[in-house]
Design a protein around this ligand. Structure first.
Ligand SMILES: [Zn+2]
Length: 326
């Protein structure tokens, strides 16, 4: 008798359908069970899930199932990181409206996702490009604004004169606009929004003590560096002649009298007033040449402004404390 071939697709689809209808993975509301929340990450809807996604989501899936078996009320949702620049760029590249493009990709990826039969509560699906989702981002932003945690400040941005818009670092290719390969990107000082995360530096550092489970020292160091707290002193140098202060931060104030020069960034607010037209043009070229480049890849160059900085002691102005400026 001929053996019946093993038709894995048919078997998978049969069980897939049953699992889908059974609602196994719904998070319960008002449950007395202890809660457990598993969120891997929301994929960007590029149109296709790849093997890296499967690896990532398999780990979360295993954890969620383990917690269910331990009696937890597990919330294991899925969604789409669908808002902003990547979606905009993909739409420009493919010459399609961003919404259409994004929603089509989401539908295609969701189909694949469901075939993996991961344990998601699809009733909780979110798409970050939908107003129902991003209204909460806006609400958070307003809360931060009320508390003084969101503020505006002038900062340098990548600017393409042809696009007449700001470019992300990723959109700068070899110093030129990614859409206009012959147009060098300029650095322009524009008002930007900032979030004052420095207010939380102490709290973040202190709470690292509470991390459980033996985090590798390498990861802890990275985290400390990212928080970036540094303890030191702010010292004012003064511009010789006008007395205008130049504030610097140092962790080694005891070495301050060994300083040989004060270096101002070309975009420092004081710099412009110190330079003649020729030096201004050179400074602008220096700033523009940094567009989209990693700070580590930039050759350091300096220009002598012809001006001097002095350091004042509390008692009297230091007679020989002139510092060259470059
Ligand atoms: Zn451009």
């Amino acid at each position: 008798m001929p053996e019946k071939p093993y038709d894995h697709i048919q078997i998978e689809l049969k069980w897939h359908e049953r699992w889908q209808d059974a609602d196994f993975y719904k998070a319960e509301e008002n449950s007395a069970k202890p809660k457990f929340y598993v969120l891997e990450m929301l994929p960007y809807p590029s149109g296709m899930l790849h093997i890296g996604h499967i690896r990532n989501y398999s780990i979360g899936d295993a954890l969620a199932r383990y917690k269910w078996m331990q009696g937890f009320n597990v919330l294991h949702p899925m969604g789409w990181d669908a808002f902003g620049l990547p979606a905009e760029n993909a739409a420009i590249k493919n010459n399609r409206p961003p919404r259409e493009w994004t929603l089509e990709n989401i539908a295609a990826m969701k189909k694949t996702h469901r075939r993996f039969a991961f344990s998601y509560d699809w009733d909780r699906e979110v798409s970050t490009c939908e107003p129902e989702y991003y209204r909460w981002n806006q609400w958070f932003f307003l809360k931060m604004l009320e508390r003084g945690l969101a503020y505006r400040k002038r900062a340098l941005v990548n600017w393409c004169t042809k696009c007449a818009t700001v470019l992300a670092n990723e959109q700068v290719v070899d110093g030129c606009c990614w859409r206009h390969e012959d147009t060098p990107v300029e650095q322009r000082a524009l008002e930007q929004w900032f979030l004052k995360i420095t207010d939380y530096a102490d709290e973040l550092l202190d709470d690292m003590e509470r991390l459980e489970g033996g985090w590798p020292e390498r990861v802890l160091t990275m985290q400390r560096n990212w928080i970036g707290r540094s303890e030191g002193t702010e010292v004012d140098f003064h511009l010789d002649g006008t007395g205008e202060p130049i504030r610097v931060f140092t962790t080694r104030v005891d070495t301050i009298y060994g300083a040989t020069c004060v270096i101002l960034a070309p975009e420092h607010p004081l710099t412009e007033g110190l330079l003649d037209a020729d030096l201004k043009a050179k400074a602008k070229a220096m700033v523009d040449s940094r567009a989209g480049r990693d700070p580590g890849d930039i050759d350091k160059e300096g220009l002598f402004t012809g001006r001097y900085a002095v350091i004042r002691t509390a008692a009297k102005r230091s007679p020989s404390g002139s510092q060259t400026s470059s």
